[in-house]
Ligand binder design. Structure first.
Ligand code: GLY
Length: 444
């Protein structure tokens, strides 16, 4: 298999679809005012008005490289080999223009003949149908993959959980999908006899999702047909790069290499433990998310989107301590990330990075004091005889010292300790009552 840089993958994807009459869009900002999510979470989201038939697109065939950021799987970052907080999504879309078979034909052509993937390494999933949704097996997709030469045993039907795509699980345009997986080799697998796409081990990596977007999902879960049958695809750039660079994970592809080297220089000792590996991965992942959010105008802060960025900075800072780095360092990873991303960031964006570096460093310095005293506290805390930490203790740590409870819980989890969250809720509710009373006293 040939080795391709991330920039080259983007170039080949884009020129493949432009040559097939797709209009190349620049990709939207990570933040779209009025959007239902804090950040763009899927490549199709900026195209919602077109997919819903509310606005006519400039062309019925579109392609783009879209930045996305989502934190719902943030706990898996660094442990799983495939989960980025922020990521680049390549996509091609048809607004009522081409069908499922054409989508599948183009996808296989790109993978085999332009990205150089061998057919025998590819596995496809198709929607097996769902009684509750009133939908049957997608035999058109299955039949088309087989007709194009994919062996039958590499075409795997899966249920709605895997193969009915919805936007973050919520309302919006949706539909059955067919996911493309690359077999990275049995030596990376769990060894289970039924290990195949859908298994959580590291062997099969999903690289591209083809969504046959025909429905709108409503708040009550019901489906209605969209005015036209659309195609919505999403290829995770970091995942494709992982395959085409033979990397062990999405965190070690070319985009992250200069930042990993800088981190190595800052923390040269490596005990080879899973915790240290996870820490390095989390740091580069989170700082890259902070970089992309910052370039979209969202710096660290207390509320809304800004609080997401602050939280990422704090999680990454904690991991730095774990690697023995005891001075602020996150800001210094931004330039190496810029270097790794090359032309994926515009010249104008690159010029704004020094300002962002100051912002990130200031936030890290502010957190350093809270972190030092909080971590000392956490080292001393003792669980009860069942290995449980009192929720009230964590609440106090948060209320009095500003140490985030979920962060504390993660650190305790690494020691095998569990938090009594109902105790935490009680303490928090009591605190709210006391605060209300004292506020009333103050103002009346
Ligand atoms: N909209 C396709 C995907 O995000 O997988």
């Amino acid at each position: 298999m040939q080795q391709l840089s991330s920039g080259e993958i983007v170039k080949r994807y884009r020129s493949f679809f432009v040559a097939r009459n797709h209009l190349a869009l620049p990709g939207s900002s990570l933040v779209v005012p009025g959007n239902s999510t804090s950040f763009i979470i899927a490549g199709m989201q900026p195209l919602l008005p077109y997919l819903r038939g509310e606005v006519a697109p400039l062309a019925p065939r579109l392609t783009a490289l879209q930045r996305c950021l989502r934190t719902d799987d943030v706990e898996q970052v660094g442990t799983s080999i495939r989960q980025n907080t922020a990521f680049f999504m390549l996509g091609n879309w048809s607004i009522g223009n081409y069908d499922k078979r054409t989508t599948i034909q183009m996808a296989l052509d790109l993978l085999l003949n332009h990205l150089g993937l061998p057919l025998e390494k590819l596995w496809m999933t198709v929607f097996e149908g769902d009684r509750e949704l009133g939908l049957s097996l997608d035999d058109v997709a299955a039949e088309e993959w087989r007709r194009l030469g994919v062996p039958s045993e590499h075409v795997v039907p899966l249920g709605a959980e895997d193969n009915f795509w919805t936007m973050g699980g919520g309302p919006g345009p949706c539909g059955p999908c067919s996911e493309i997986f690359v077999d990275r080799g049995s030596e990376l697998g769990c060894g289970a006899p039924d290990c195949r796409p859908g298994c959580s081990c590291a062997r099969f990596l999903e690289v591209w999702n083809l969504v046959f977007m025909e429905f709108e999902k409503h708040e009550d879960g019901s489906l209605t047909s969209l005015p036209q049958r659309n195609i919505d695809t999403g290829m995770g750039l970091e995942r494709m790069a992982c395959v085409l660079q033979s990397s062990d994970s999405v965190y070690s592809v070319d985009l992250f290499q200069p930042a990993l080297e800088r981190l190595q220089a800052l923390a040269p000792r490596d005990d080879g433990s899973p915790q240290a590996l996870r820490a390095r991965r989390m740091i580069v992942d989170h700082v890259r998310a902070v970089l992309l959010a910052g370039l979209a105008g969202v710096g660290p802060g207390r509320d809304g989107r800004s609080s997401v960025v602050r939280r990422l900075i704090r999680r990454a800072a904690c991991q730095g301590r774990l690697l023995g780095i005891d001075q602020p360092f996150l800001g210094s990873l931004l330039q190496p990330l810029v270097e790794g991303h090359g032309s994926l960031l515009t010249q104008d964006e690159q010029k704004r990075v020094p300002d962002l570096e100051r912002l990130v460093t200031n936030d890290e310095v502010m957190f350093a004091r809270v972190l030092s005293s909080g971590l000392r506290e956490l080292e001393r805390v003792e669980p009860n005889e069942r290995g449980i930490i009192a929720g009230e203790y964590l609440f106090k740590l948060h209320a009095e010292k500003g140490f985030p409870a979920d962060l504390a819980s993660e650190i305790l989890q690494e020691r095998g300790l569990v938090v009594d969250w109902s105790g935490y809720q009680h303490a928090s509710a009591d605190h709210r009552i006391v605060s209300r009373v004292s506020v009333q006293k103050h103002f009346h």
